[in-house]
Design a protein around this ligand. Sequence first.
Ligand code: FES
Length: 386
Amino acid sequence: MLFSKYPDDIKRFQEMTNDRRRIIDNTPATPLPKTYAVNELSKALHPNVIPAEIVDTKEIGRNCKIITLKSTSENGRFPYFRAGQFITISARVGDSFITRPYSISSSPYQAMQGIMEVIVQKAGLFSAYLLEEAKVGDKVVVGEPTGDFYYDNIRDRETIVAIAGGSGITPFISMIKSIIEGSDDFNLIVFYGVRTRSDLLIDLDSVKHEKIKVIPVLSHEEVDGYEHGFITKELISKYVPAKYSVFMCGPDAMYNFVTDEFVKLGLDRHSIRQEHNSIGDRQFVEPKVFKLTVHIRDQVYVVDAYQNETLVCAMERAGLAAPVRCKSGSCGFCHSRLVKGEVTTPEKYESRRAADKKFGYIHPCCTYPDSDLEIDVPPFVAGEMI
Ligand code: FES
């Protein structure tokens, strides 16, 4: 009954073994490729870390430098990225191995040519090292571009109102270059708050494009042709159209003040995107010192951890290659297991899922020790490269 209903299928089934033999007999005995095109593409787009060299450092503004990096990877390129994203830079500083995030100021096109630029402002130990000690020819390791602080035409309106404070202009410089080069297509209105003209980190004359407008706002200087004061709702209304999305990058105080101004204009707080700022030390007059036991693969290290510093800082100070990307609890790259001990994660940097909390996972980049601790940390390959 079945045979008579599906004669062709049965015939094909009976031939299957012979067909397979024929294909095998006709296949050349050449070895299979070691890698496949799709894997190569995936590796090029997501290399995790890229070896690089400092090829230029240039003073810009007050206590700031543009650091230019060149990829020394096999293909000589950095991965393509979205303007607005950040990279990490890792280097050995004395006995420490430090990794810090920096917004990219170069364009996605430059990355394909093996060039990446960041603007470094004097803020902490590593920035001071990059500003004062790092020199042309020094080797560093760059973490692949990351972050969601970029224009997305599905999510965002055609006009982006950017609020930048100080070196917070960096991701918008990348967006400006990307629009001028044609990699991005949206209208960009940048309110750029600085104290005086000498703090500006962008050459206003280089920004000539019908889709871009940069409005410098000087808080401590009155100059013809420049706005003066703070970025208020009156100032915003003077320049922006009815419909727009908001991106902010700068200090927390600026976020709070300007967000309130947008809310007064009727904008929903949730439509304002703020780039995450890295966590710093917490304040203690006399911080206690705890014992931090760190498992990385099959190695065990015991290091000091000060009560006021994050677990990542404690590991880095001891020379361990701690996994770091955002340093703000937002990316999950440093996701580690708390084997035992007491810790604190400030509410503002708390982004763990309920399951992470339940099963004892932490983000050491924004976790402070409250007792002796034991943690299990994923290996960070950058530590094996320099
Ligand atoms: S480095 Fe991103 S969550 Fe820790």
